[in-house]
Ligand binder design. Structure first.
Ligand SMILES: [Zn+2]
Ligand SMILES: [Zn+2]
Length: 761
């Protein structure tokens, strides 16, 4: 039999996922000699033996890789035949390129769960059990290559038993960087709110604290959470008031899928997402009799549910036997706490006890939030479990790009060639703390992926901290800056998400974004491709009385809209007028006068206005609250819609939102129930989407539509709009990998910058 040697290089997510043991096992099974190792670009292999066996090896390499591996590229070339007889694992090679990819954190696998619950196993009940198939990754990596010495596990020398597993190519823990056991690994501790540790088993005492109605801080993978028994109303209410979180729903962790089904309807796609390795919070339809306290998610038909993703969660949920609220460890809108001393200081006034441990978290990473739309993922927040897995771009960027993102739900994005690394969720970029998370995050990503941006993309809004940072960045003179209009970035994000390039009819509906003309946009119909856009139509601008105050007080938008809708003669029997009678006249005067009442074409503000008119709420405590609650109110069985003409306005068309507000107010005055009114409004906006796209198709022949912007997190609107568009023969692109909200804007900015840098026409 002829002997042959081949050199193989494998790129992608191939480190920290059990790839070398897989290669070792495969080669030794086939009786092949050679070696396998990690370097900064991925995995390198030399394999030598009979020709047919080498062929078999190469086929199996791509045919049946380890479950968490993502092979992006394999290249093979001839190697000298040396006559060696053994197959070895080569030591990691440092230096050079750093293209090897750091994997996302992975939920505890079934095999580790068995170890955890087997009294005969040496990891029985051990809260840090992991293997090559699961465990912490991105959150503990300090540097590349991905080796234990470059993680926060460096401080825990392996015991002899763990070292044997680590070095045994046949073992499930072979080269699992965070491998550890009770003898050598991190330890749990339970501290009081003052930081003092008491006696007794930390887990038992944590369970006790929860059972007694306490609030428990729990150190997770990417930060601290705050927990309380989900069915315990006084405990959940205490958590809410101490955290200064008035209405925004809390997520609930259920012990297993069966426990999740006792809370919510779970369809097969939702179950796949719930139990998958990323373990996001999944928004599910809540059962009417779900055993959760009223304060968990007040007035919400949906409930965010997640399953345990660390051994500690499994142990805690098993010991409790009932679901817990599990929410970010922070006060109000601050970033989630992740360092131990900082957590004690910031959460000391909220938590009665701290269930913590001594494995540091290197990078703050929030839970991801995803919902299912028509059987596919619709991300609301893409963070833990997904980041830093790169998103592929259909066409490569000629030079490396950094996209600085927007402001709310901030992310940034680094691109090299055809890979886009969208960052973890940074938070609302409105203060020093989040700005620092952003700048440190950029440094960390640059180092991990060895990308030095030469092109920097930013929003046009001069007041966004991300824009200011870009315009004044440290190596400003070494980069080319590209300003990208906010809604163009939304549509480009949707295109990149779908591997498309356009041109499309892009519908970007959101709260606010800075327009190319310096006014505030947000209800936009764009003819767009990656390189550019034209504003084809928009909502008719209305004043926002008091500027940002009108965002926090939707009734102000109602006042502005109603004043226009009734031509200055608003019926005084409308509840919204009565409720706000004290300030009504002054706010209307402000809207008419201008000054501190900037004009906006925002769809988010139209939803606010209508929600206030319908009595949903006059003031909000979190972004988008009025619209979220208005969606909940709508009766999905109602088909009717308010008429709303799409009018030519010069070279563009305009959508007169005032007609919708007038129709809503007239219906309410006639005694039509709110749930019917809410449904008719949603159906009307869906028709506006379809009518606007039809005008664009007539004018330009474009029959593909991209829907983006935070307003399309509204599933009722999204569902109705997609149905109408498809009935009219459109192909519709929606988001599946990055959120439609501003969390996806950085990917869009990067895609635009790359297209412009390529010189796309
Ligand atoms: Zn495992
Ligand atoms: Zn050990």
């Amino acid at each position: 039999m002829s002997r042959r040697a081949v050199a193989v290089r494998v790129e992608g997510i191939v480190q920290g996922v059990g790839f070398r043991p897989f290669v070792y096992g495969l080669a030794t099974r086939l009786g092949l000699a050679g070696l396998v190792g990690n370097d900064e670009r991925g995995v390198f292999i030399e394999v030598e033996g009979g020709s047919a066996l080498v062929e078999e090896f190469l086929a199996a390499l791509t045919g049946d890789p380890p479950p968490l591996a993502v092979i992006e590229r394999i290249s093979t070339g001839p190697a000298p035949v040396t006559g060696r007889r053994t197959f070895e694992i080569a030591p990691s090679v440092a230096g050079g390129d750093r293209h090897a990819l750091v994997p996302p954190d992975v939920a505890t696998c079934d095999a580790c769960l068995r170890d955890l619950t087997d009294p005969a196993d040496r990891r029985w009940g051990y809260a840090f059990t992991n293997c090559t198939g699961c465990g912490p990754r991105f959150t503990i990596v300090r540097d590349v290559p991905y080796d234990r010495a470059n993680t926060t596990m460096a401080a825990f020398p392996m015991c002899a038993d763990c070292a044997r597993e680590y070095h045994d190519p046949a073992d499930r823990r072979f080269h699992a960087q965070p491998v550890c056991c009770p003898a050598c690994g991190p330890r749990l501790r339970l501290a009081g709110s003052a930081g003092s540790e008491g006696a007794g088993d930390p887990l038992e005492r944590a369970v006790q604290a929860l059972r007694e109605g306490g609030v428990l801080a729990v150190k997770g993978l990417g930060g601290y959470h705050l927990a309380a028994l989900a069915a315990d109303e006084p405990a959940v209410a205490a958590l809410r008031s101490r955290k200064h979180r008035e209405d925004k729903p809390f997520a609930v962790m259920a012990g297993d899928p069966a426990a999740a089904r006792r809370l919510c309807v779970v369809d097969p796609a939702e179950e796949r997402l719930l139990t998958g390795p990323a373990r996001p919070v999944v928004l599910l339809r809540r059962l009417p009799d779900a055993p959760v306290a009223p304060s968990v998610a007040p007035g919400n038909r949906w409930l965010g549910v997640l399953l345990p993703y660390t051994p500690l969660h499994h142990l805690l949920l098993r010991a409790l036997g009932e679901p817990i609220v599990l929410t970010s460890g922070n006060v109000s809108d601050e970033p989630i706490a992740y360092r131990d001393d900082e957590a004690l200081e910031r959460l000391g006034g909220i938590a009665d006890a701290f269930l913590a441990h001594d494995r540091p978290i290197h990078i703050r990473t929030d839970d991801s939030v995803v919902r299912i739309f028509r059987g596919r993922d619709l991300p609301i927040r893409r963070s833990r479990g997904y980041v830093p897995h790169p998103l592929p771009l259909a066409r490569a960027a000629p030079r490396p790009v950094l996209a600085c993102g927007a402001e709310l739900k901030h992310t940034f994005c680094l691109v090299e060639e055809d890979r886009a690394f969208v960052s973890h969720h940074i938070g609302d970029l409105e203060n020093y703390e989040t700005l620092r998370s952003f700048t440190e995050g950029v440094e960390h990503f640059r180092r991990l992926f060895d990308i030095t941006p030469e092109v920097v993309a930013h929003d046009l809004h001069p007041e966004y901290l991300s824009t200011k940072w870009a315009l004044d960045m440290p190596d400003r003179e070494d980069v080319d800056l590209i300003g990208v209009q906010h809604h163009h970035a939304h549509i480009a994000s949707c295109l990149a998400d779908n591997g498309a390039a356009g041109p499309v009819a892009g519908v970007a509906f959101d709260g606010l974004g800075y327009g190319s003309d310096g006014t505030l946009w947000g209800g936009e119909f764009l003819i767009a491709d990656l390189a550019g856009f034209e504003r084809a139509g928009h909502l008719t601008p209305v004043p926002m009385p008091g500027g940002a105050t009108a965002i926090r007080q939707p009734w102000r938008m109602a006042a502005a809209y109603l004043d226009l809708a009734y031509d200055g003669d608003v019926p005084e029997d409308l509840d919204v007028v009565r409720r706000n009678a004290g300030q009504w006249a002054a706010v209307v005067a402000l809207a008419r006068r201008g000054g501190n009442a900037p004009l906006t074409s925002s769809m988010g503000r139209l939803f606010d206005a209508v929600a206030a008119v319908a009595g949903v709420r006059d003031a909000i405590t979190y972004e988008g609250q009025a619209a979220v609650e208005f969606e909940q109110l709508a009766d999905p069985a109602v088909d009717g819609a308010y008429p709303c003409g799409v009018l030519p306005a010069g070279t563009r068309f305009a959508v007169p939102g005032v007609e919708l507000v007038r129709a809503v107010a007239d219906d309410l005055r006639a005694g039509v129930p709110c749930d019917v009114v809410a449904a008719r409004f949603h159906n009307a906006v869906a028709r506006v989407v379809a009518d606007g796209c039809a005008l664009i198709r007539e004018a330009r022949g474009l029959s593909t539509v991209a829907l983006s912007g935070g307003v399309f997190q509204n599933l009722l609107l999204l569902g109705r709009a997609v149905t109408l568009l498809e009935e009219r023969g459109f192909t519709v692109l929606t988001h599946h990998r990055v959120p439609p909200n501003d969390g996806g804007v950085s990917l869009g900015q990067a895609a635009v910058a790359a297209a412009l840098d390529r010189g796309d026409p």
